[in-house]
Design a protein around this ligand. Structure first.
Ligand SMILES: Cc1ncc(C[n+]2csc(CCOP(=O)(O)OP(=O)(O)O)c2C)c(N)n1
Ligand code: SF4
Ligand SMILES: [Mg+2]
Length: 348
């Protein structure tokens, strides 16, 4: 038998991580079995990871009404997954309840269609427990800004790492036309037969005030723009949120036409600063300027589209990791059970 190579524990760990991420599909039970089958077996070369195709990430046929804006969001999401070639087993799609929240059914990967308005806490737990996963959260304006509005604020202030895509159709679609927190004043619905009277939520302002560290706005009729925004949000470390105007053709048709050039509207994209010292750059938007983002959010409907705000702030994932490491060091790297036993011994 060949002598075992002398590697430090750190080198061994790094080697393992390298194998898992670059050559060994972690989903392969054969590979897992081989790794555990004893040190005498010769190393078996793993087959290269298969390309992530649209076919591989497509699950059930979407059950949305023909023409619903959410179809385009799904198409954009598939494109991003294919383009970025994420490890399939690390993709997690989560949602609350609503037409838009049916999203995880249509993505072949880990996922859950969870309780109405409670998707942010679910996603937070998954993100904090498994920071190696790509946590994508989907939902509607009702799920995110109404019943889940408080959870949204706390996810934002804690800066928990995830990509949250809100399909805003200004109505409760699934339950067949009630006023939503983003419905405009005057909107006639089953809950407001004579027209909505309440001031709607401004999603961008709510997210800026809440402390989200990446905030963008897009439109379901602009697939390329949606793809760009999803990629930017995904690359951002922290709580990233995209509001997407996605038409409910059944209960609030044509409402987003003013931002759709194919329907006579205009899609105005935010021009971001290039920091190139040109006079034109003076007029461009600094995405790190909270006040400037707030001003953009105050523009009348249909407003502007793109990245409103982005800032770097430590994520709860990173802070919690550090806190756990420091505590472990303080306890001499005792196991959870040893710490628990010590606590019990103290209170005996
Ligand atoms: C606790 C709870 N309250 C209310 C409901 C009923 N309900 C289901 S979906 C929904 C609103 C969905 O609206 P939105 O999030 O905007 O999604 P959309 O259907 O418009 O995509 C409501 C009120 C529920 N399922 N659970
Ligand atoms: S009811 Fe509206 S939001 Fe729901 S699937 Fe139909 S068009 Fe889409
Ligand atoms: Mg809705």
């Amino acid at each position: 038998m060949l002598p075992a190579p002398s590697l430090s524990p750190k080198e061994l760990v790094n080697d393992d991580v390298h194998l898992m991420s670059e050559t060994t599909p972690t989903t392969s039970p054969v590979a897992a079995g081989n790794r555990q089958s004893g040190s005498d077996s010769p190393a078996i070369a793993e087959p290269p990871r298969e390309k992530l195709t649209k076919k591989a990430i497509t699950a059930d046929l979407p059950t949305w009404c023909p023409g619903c804006g959410d179809f385009a969001v799904l198409a954009a999401f598939y494109k991003v997954l294919e383009k970025r070639q994420l490890d399939h087993e690390k993709i997690v799609t989560l949602a609350g309840i609503g037409c838009s929240s049916r999203f995880p059914y249509f993505v072949n990967g880990h996922g859950a269609h969870y309780i109405h308005g409670r998707a942010v806490p679910l996603a937070s737990g998954i993100s904090l427990a498994r920071p190696d996963l790509h946590v994508f959260l989907f939902g509607g304006d009702g799920d995110g800004f109404s019943i889940g509005g408080n959870h949204l604020d706390h996810g934002a202030r804690k800066n928990i790492n995830m990509t949250y895509f809100i399909m805003d159709n200004f109505v409760y679609g699934l339950t067949k036309k009630q006023t939503s927190p983003t419905s405009p004043i005057g909107f006639k619905s089953k809950t407001d037969p004579s027209g909505a009277i309440d001031q709607p939520v401004n999603p961008m302002k709510k997210l800026i005030a809440g402390g989200a560290t990446f905030i963008a706005r897009t439109h379901a009729a602009q697939v390329n723009h949606m793809i760009q925004m999803i990629e930017r949000a995904f690359d951002h470390q922290g709580f990233s949120v995209i509001e997407c105007l996605s038409e409910c053709v059944e209960f609030f048709p044509d409402v987003f036409d003013p931002a759709n050039p194919k329907k006579g509207g205009s899609f105005e994209v935010i021009q971001e600063k290039k920091w190139d010292n040109t006079p034109e750059d003076e007029l461009r938007h600094d995405v790190t300027d909270e006040l400037a983002a707030y001003k953009l959010a105050s523009l009348p409907f249909p407003g502007v589209f793109g990245v409103f705000y982005e800032t770097d702030r430590p994520t709860k994932n990173a802070l919690e990791k550090k806190w756990i490491e420091t505590t472990r060091e303080k306890t001499g790297n005792a196991s959870d059970l040893e710490i628990l036993q010590k606590t019990f011994d103290r209170i005996k």
